[in-house]
Design a protein. Structure first.
Length: 212
């Protein structure tokens, strides 16, 4: 059976249009990616998450450079880290790291050009097939096709928190889809609920900070 990509990679793909344009502000996506990396660590049993924070459990290397890079912080402080503070630190450069890994994997294609024949730009394009594959767990969950597990339930919660679920064209009204995703994310397990709530708090704090 083909192994699923890390959660953070699927979230990145789902948060962008085919032409590479982000569906929401890049800073919000970065916070979501930080939460997804934490979810990759927690759901694989490498990190434990509780009310006192997050701590290393079994940090064997995954072979994924993004996950392994951020996991080293838990090794430096095995007694536990404040998960929010850790995630904010990760968000500083996780967007660029993720995009680079997806380019290396051939999921994204860098396309260069010039605006008005003068200003250079680079777009990172994908195709609809990649977006559909990345969002497969969300589609399966809301349609009841199969059990998507903790990873899929977390993805459902993250796309809702980032408000990109309305771009998935699943065939439900925005309100109905949002309600279904909320039920899935909150009802799966305390672990998934905590991970999604952490990202929700990060995004909420960032939104408040804009208006201060």
């Amino acid at each position: 059976m083909e192994q699923s990509p890390p959660l953070y990679q699927d979230l990145f793909v789902v948060c962008h249009q085919e032409n590479g344009k982000p569906l929401v502000h890049r800073s919000s996506i970065a916070l979501g990616l930080a939460g997804a990396v934490l979810a990759d660590l927690v759901l694989s049993g490498r990190v434990t998450l509780d009310k006192s924070g997050a701590a290393a459990a079994e940090l064997t290397a995954t072979g994924d450079p993004v996950i392994d890079t951020y996991a080293r912080e838990f090794l430096r402080d095995p007694a536990g880290l404040d998960a929010l503070t850790w995630a904010k630190g990760v968000a500083a450069d996780v967007y660029d790291r993720t995009r680079r890994e997806l380019v290396n994997a051939g999921v994204l294609v860098a396309v260069t050009g010039r605006r008005l024949g003068m200003l250079p730009y680079t777009r990172y394009q994908t195709d609809m097939a990649a977006i559909v594959r990345a969002s497969a767990d969300v589609r399966s969950a809301v349609s009841g096709w199969r059990d998507i597990g903790a990873r899929g339930a977390t993805l459902c919660g993250l796309v809702l928190v980032l408000q990109v679920h309305t771009e998935l064209y699943i065939g439900q009204s925005d309100a109905q889809l949002g309600a279904n995703l909320l039920t899935i994310a909150r009802g799966h397990s305390p672990q998934v609920k905590s991970l999604v709530a952490l990202v929700e708090r990060l995004v909420g704090e960032a939104a408040v900070a804009v208006y201060r």
